[in-house]
Design a binder for this molecule. Structure first.
Ligand SMILES: C[S@@+](CC[C@H](N)C(=O)[O-])C[C@H]1O[C@@H](n2cnc3c(N)ncnc32)[C@H](O)[C@@H]1O
Length: 273
């Protein structure tokens, strides 16, 4: 390398360093004050986990271009109880430099729920099917189908078909194997997915649930809007907020522990806007 070339390289490197620094110095940061739904909730901002605890969190963005608009995806995750995990997502738009307040604590229809797998004991399955008063016209829908024991029982009781959906591929595989073993593959459709993503309930007449209060509250608007009048909803243990059940029956599980089974019927009033 000649001396002249080396000198040129040094000058241009130094100059570019100065330039980068001056852009960075002109940048501004945005401070976000975020309210989480739970003290130990997890926070993720634009794909990056942000450590911390407490319901009030603070996040300062990296240096941003002044006056430019930005959009960040903010995700809160928490477990309101040992069997339910919640995910709440908000897309926040702001101008670089302005202070942003984000309330992640309020319920939102776009919340997503994951419930752990706990199968319904067989005697409670039998009570659910009895309360659903299955007829040969019925098509059943079971969000969180597990091993498909309830849907299989419903079709064996006379329903003309059943649809079950589960988030967990292992459960889907197990359900399909059980449906096949029961000789019902032509009547029962087992799907992989989140039951809260685009639920299509228009053709269903019976919904069978063992999913927890949070899931029930999120699916409730779809039940009211999409199910036909006269459709029945049967839930093992969990309620539907202020939607009072038409019937509740208490039954002991195999260990003698009491569980409630609730029945609701879709009525004209649920179709009013
Ligand atoms: C409590 S178990 C109930 C299983 C079955 N319904 C029964 O009563 O025997 C909940 C099931 O829902 C599934 N699950 C949890 N969250 C879900 C979601 N958002 N969408 C679909 N399936 C879900 C779990 O994988 C699990 O199999």
């Amino acid at each position: 390398m000649t001396l002249a070339f080396a000198l040129l390289l040094f000058v241009s490197t130094s100059l570019s360093g100065v330039q980068t620094q001056s852009v960075a110095a002109a940048g501004v940061t945005t401070v976000m004050a975020i309210t989480l739904p739970a003290y130990d909730g997890e926070l993720e901002i634009d794909g990056t986990p942000i450590s911390g605890s407490g319901v009030s969190r603070r996040y300062e963005t990296p240096s941003l271009t002044p006056n430019r608009s930005y959009q960040y995806k903010v995700i809160a995750k928490w477990a309101p109880n040992t069997y339910t995990k919640m995910t709440r997502t908000k897309v926040v738009s702001f101008r670089a430099g302005e202070r942003v307040t984000i309330d992640m604590s309020a319920d939102d229809p776009t919340d997503r729920v994951t419930v752990i797998y706990v199968p319904t004991p067989e005697n409670i399955v039998a009570k659910m099917i009895e309360m659903a008063a299955i007829t040969p016209h019925d098509v059943t829908y079971e969000p969180g189908v597990g091993d498909a024991r309830i849907t299989i029982a419903a079709v064996k009781a006379g329903a003309r078909g059943g649809v079950g959906i589960d988030l967990d591929p292992e459960r889907v595989e197990e359900s399909r194997a059980n449906v096949k073993a029961a000789g019902l593959s032509d009547k029962i459709d087992i799907r992989l997915g989140d039951a809260l993503e685009q639920p299509d309930l228009g053709k269903m007449t019976v919904v069978l649930l063992y999913m927890g209060d949070h899931f029930n509250m999120l699916i409730r608007p779809y039940l009211w809007k999409q199910l036909p009048i006269g459709a029945r909803v049967v839930s093992h243990r969990f309620l539907m907020g202020d939607w009072k059940p038409d019937q509740t029956v208490s039954i002991n599980d195999d260990y003698g522990l009491p569980y409630d089974v609730h029945l609701w019927t879709i009525k004209e009033e649920h179709k009013k806007p």
